[in-house]
Design a protein. Structure first.
Length: 530
């Protein structure tokens, strides 16, 4: 992998190439060390995201400075501008273009920036070139300019996404080109060019994987916490899930950061990401005047500012839009929050029970908001019925949905207080809101306990502390044999599994033993009923 190598153990930062992230413990520096599982070994589940409207995305695209310059140049050429046979502006028009884009007295760099925008405008066909009847070469505005200037979402997003694809490709090419390889290649020797092509493909793969990881981390992040340290991003790509990074991995993380940094900078120009580059002083022995660069003291806890010097990145809503389009093109299912808005209550709960754990609550909020409260409550309760394996999860999400509706759901919930499957949930829900309703009978209450634990088991796959907390809070009396003597007879589809979980997780050895004995009896009863 291309990039700056980390220091060897016998080198001090000042003696080598500068202070590198690999000189720190990963957890201290970034607060994260896990990575994705191998996509070849596990199903890839893309979390749903909540995108702004197309109109809002289009407005954001037009506000990107590079896109604004492209549109301004297309408008500037009207009705036409002379160009050479390659579609390039003459020297005087290049200066005029830079001045039109805001440079009062354009210098060479400002002219170069204007011509970068000109090249992109031509690549996007927002500027078209051709010849007049007299044979002169001219540039004219493309046919989509009017729609883009009018802010039509389809036209703007189509233009911006095409630009995003170009920039993504060019970013990988720029990172992969090694001038020494290219200059050293003979015209009849393809080895050097093949090496460059392999490097380009590797850089493109690295960038795509990084964008995929950013997409997921942004989806899970709390609002305002979407910014990711560059080292965390690199670690998520390098360190296998659940492992601590070794010395070799720390070096790979540093190398990967250096590879990603300029590519993310290119994407930032188009508004896909917000990017703070790695502080170049971290890799320098001293400043131009010979003074040593300000070091980061590795013997004290890092401040946020210290960590930010190693680079940060944030995927913008436009970036989420682009990455989602690329994921869809690659055959991934990349859902949006609100995709289930047209489902009825049973359909919604079935979908959430199957694969909605990632973002069920936002989906429920969206669904409930689009319906009359009482109708929504009745649909959810209808979808929560059943004794199949997924039914506990449907009832779990039903309860969440009823919570979103609030007190307006009470009449519908009251209608099912005597339902054999919903009665326990209904009475629990109503009593929690101060309703004058009797507690569930013993058999119904026990069924509800099993149902609630089964839902958490299915949703969490038994991981995390939620199931442990439920097990610890079981209302077991001083006589656990008597309690579990009732529980194993509960006619719930997951009685056996719940009892086995209690037997494994309960910290009281006597309680755990009685739960395991009850699980054996419940399994025997299930076999007899089959």
């Amino acid at each position: 992998m291309a990039g700056r190598s980390r220091n060897t153990p016998d080198q001090q930062p000042s003696e080598a190439e500068g202070l590198l992230p690999a000189d720190y413990d990963l957890a201290d520096l970034y607060g994260a060390q896990s990575g994705d599982e191998d996509p070849d070994d596990t199903a890839v589940l893309i979390p749903p995201i909540d995108l702004p409207s197309d109109a809002e995305l289009a407005a954001a695209a037009l506000a990107v400075p590079l896109i604004a310059r492209v549109v301004a140049l297309a408008r500037w050429v009207a009705p036409h501008r002379p160009v050479d046979e390659h579609g390039d502006l003459g020297e005087e028009d290049r200066v005029r273009a830079a001045r039109m884009l805001g440079a009062e007295d354009p210098d060479e760099d400002e002219v170069v920036e204007a011509m970068r925008a000109w090249a992109l405008a031509c690549d996007l066909d927002l500027v078209e070139t051709g010849t007049t009847d007299e044979g002169a070469h001219v540039a004219i505005p493309g046919p989509d300019l009017a729609a883009v200037e009018a802010g039509e979402p389809a036209a703007v997003l189509g233009l911006w996404f095409e630009a995003a694809e170009l920039v993504r490709e060019l970013a990988a090419e720029a990172e992969s080109v090694d001038p020494e390889v290219v200059e050293g290649s003979e015209s009849d020797d393809s080895d050097g060019l093949a090496e460059v092509e392999d490097a380009r493909e590797q850089a493109a793969e690295i960038l795509d994987e990084a964008l995929h990881v950013l997409y997921e981390t942004t989806a899970f992040a709390e609002p305002g916490a979407e910014t990711v340290p560059l080292g965390v991003l690199a670690a998520l790509l390098v360190v296998p899930d659940g492992q601590e990074p070794d010395e070799e991995m720390l070096g790979e993380i540093t190398d990967l950061m250096v590879v990603l940094d300029p590519m993310l900078g290119d994407l930032a120009e188009l508004g896909l990401v917000e990017h703070r580059p790695i502080d170049p002083d971290l890799f320098e022995e001293g400043t131009e005047d010979g003074e040593a660069a300000e070091p980061v003291d590795t013997d004290r806890p890092l401040t946020e500012e210290d960590a930010a010097r190693f680079g940060t990145v944030r995927l913008t809503p436009l970036g989420q839009y682009a990455v989602r389009e690329w994921l869809l093109a690659d055959g991934y299912d990349a859902p949006l929050i609100g995709d289930l808005a047209d489902q009825d209550g049973p359909g919604l709960l079935r979908a959430l029970a199957e694969n909605g754990q990632l973002f069920a609550e936002p989906e429920l909020k969206n669904w409930v908001a689009a319906r009359a409260p009482l109708d929504a409550a009745r649909e959810l309760l209808a979808g929560a019925r059943g004794r199949d394996v997924q039914s506990p999860v449907r009832r779990y999400y039903c309860a969440l949905g009823l919570g979103e509706i609030g007190q307006d759901a009470a009449p519908a919930v009251t209608e099912v207080v005597d339902d054999p499957e919903l009665g326990g949930l209904a009475r629990e829900w109503l009593r929690a809101r101060g309703a004058d309703v009797a507690a569930a009978e013993r058999e119904v209450a026990l069924w509800r306990v099993i149902d609630s634990m089964a839902a958490v088991m299915l949703i969490t796959a038994g991981e995390g502390g939620r199931l442990q907390a439920l097990v610890a809070d079981l209302p077991v009396t001083d006589n656990p044999a008597s309690y579990f003597g009732e529980v194993w007879r509960v006619p719930h589809p997951m009685t056996v599994e719940v009892l086995e979980a209690v037997g494994e997780l309960h910290l009281d050895r006597k309680v755990a033993k009685e739960a395991r004995r009850a699980a054996v009896k419940a399994r025997s009863l299930r076999a007899q009923s089959a």
